[in-house]
Design a protein around this ligand. Structure first.
Ligand SMILES: Nc1ncnc2c1ncn2[C@@H]1O[C@H](COP(=O)(O)OP(=O)(O)OP(=O)(O)O)[C@@H](O)[C@H]1O
Ligand SMILES: Nc1ccn([C@@H]2O[C@H](COP(=O)(O)O)[C@@H](O)[C@H]2O)c(=O)n1
Ligand SMILES: [Mg+2]
Length: 216
């Protein structure tokens, strides 16, 4: 008989304030690049759904092989797998502010997150970038990713348009979407991203550090 408890990952203490921001955009739109800048300035923990899956592939298990095959084909991995990996990483981080990059990718992701994690995102940052620019960036990325080839990239674009755009529209209807133009240079894009995060009223990490030094 299957042991249902093996799927239990844990949960945050009741009443603890947890801040979650989803970062979505097409493949190569600059999600990882902007998340690194946000972490530097605002003290979030960055969790990339794609990175967590790539780590899982290294585990050399049956599940790892299944994930590897889906990713190579540019397809989405079953939502309960990715949501449990995200929740585990959130709990292990010890932080209370999370950037969840590359998630939710479809309606099934969104519902699994609601069922398993159920922490409402403060907002959803959408990095909006043209397909031509995203393809150019991915094919020049050179990070050795198995899915950075022209065939898989075009499949990933198809998944983005068919499955992720409806999720983006869902958050737009709720008034939760914050769109930035991702076609520009990274530092210019980040000016707009910073303005969005300023609404959260989280003190900028570098300012905090400077103030600390001045007091010494
Ligand atoms: N605004 C930008 N202008 C030009 N190049 C960029 C910009 N943002 C990121 N890049 C470059 O484009 C490539 C893709 O960026 P990044 O990895 O951040 O995208 P991503 O959205 O996380 O992609 P994926 O969904 O495939 O993980 C990287 O080589 C990165 O250095
Ligand atoms: N919610 C997600 C996120 C990612 N995947 C799979 O990983 C691939 C790479 O994702 P990146 O965000 O790093 O581009 C993606 O093409 C999917 O195969 C997923 O299944 N679900
Ligand atoms: Mg990325």
């Amino acid at each position: 008989m299957a042991d249902a408890s093996k799927d239990y990952v844990g949960s945050f203490p009741p009443g603890k304030k947890i801040t979650v921001v989803f970062v979505i955009g097409g493949p190569g739109s600059g999600k990882g690049t902007q998340c690194a800048k946000i972490v530097n300035q605002f003290g979030f923990t960055h969790l990339s759904a794609g990175e967590l899956l790539r780590e899982e592939v290294k585990s050399d298990t049956e599940q790892g092989t299944m994930i590897k095959n889906l990713m190579q084909e540019g397809k989405l991995v079953p939502s309960d797998i990715i949501v449990r990996l995200l929740l585990k990483a959130m709990l292990e981080s010890g932080n209370d502010k999370f950037l969840i990059d590359g998630f939710p990718r479809n309606e099934e992701n969104r519902q699994a997150y609601e069922n398993i994690v159920n922490i409402e995102p403060e907002f959803v940052l959408f990095i909006d970038c043209s397909l031509e620019e995203m393809e150019r960036r991915i094919l020049n990325r050179n990070q050795g990713r198995d899915d950075d080839n022209v065939t898989t990239v075009r499949r990933r674009f198809g998944v983005f348009q068919e499955s992720t755009l409806p999720v983006i529209q869902h958050y737009e209807k709720l008034g939760k979407l914050r769109r930035v133009d991702g076609d520009r240079q990274p530092d210019i894009v980040f000016e707009d991203v910073k303005a969005v995060f300023a609404q959260l009223n989280i003190q900028v990490a570098s300012t905090r550090k400077r103030e600390g030094t001045e007091k010494c």
